[in-house]
Design a protein around this ligand. Sequence first.
Ligand code: ZN
Length: 251
Amino acid sequence: MSENGLTILTWHSIDASGSVISISPRQFSDQMAAIADAGYRGISLQQALTHREVHAEWPARAVVLTFDDGYENFVSSALPAISRHGFSATVYLISRHIEGINDWGPPPEGLGNQRMLSWVQVREMVDAGIEIGAHTCTHPDLRRLDSARAREEIAGSRNEIEDQAGCSVTTFAFPFGYRSETVDDIVRSEFTAACTTQLRRASSELLHELPRIDVYYLQKIGLFGKALDGSLDRYLTIRRWGRIVKNAVVD
Ligand SMILES: [Zn+2]
């Protein structure tokens, strides 16, 4: 297996509220253009995994675009730019919040109530070539559940999405990035791959603990371009990341 790295980026809500999980539609559109201008393409995690299986390495000049939670604004404010460039993406859904709002916990300051995607929209996204992944039924801290309930959250969300959206769901994202041995065992038995929230580029990681870089940190410091080719990893030590994350949260 080659040591070629793979950048996996994470967005949540594409809106102009300025919350810690929001990127504005304008900025998102600029980010997609920056990917294309750099000669890269945005792909889904499944596309990256398929390439890796066939070629024994991650795809070159590609960046994986992931969206957590399933905000409805993905369709109005992200999908047009993704489609314009011929990109794909992976959207991780909280299955029981489809058709609902973001009330699985208090929303970040400034975000307020947001509508989540509907099943009709999810089916349209599948038709548009978007990969749908699972992000549990209710977005719990999985570490706090016994194994039967954790399995219901993890496999249950996958089953519900497959039933409702008519697509196969092979990848998972851990809510809050929280994991335990029990949770990891279940995820490994139910999915091909899973994403965490560790701020790194993926290289030869185990497929069920793939690191991702939250775009929120890149917008604050203008490092988006550096995240694409891996120079971000060389540029930033873990300690610097810590400082950036701290500053971003305080801001
Ligand atoms: Zn989430």
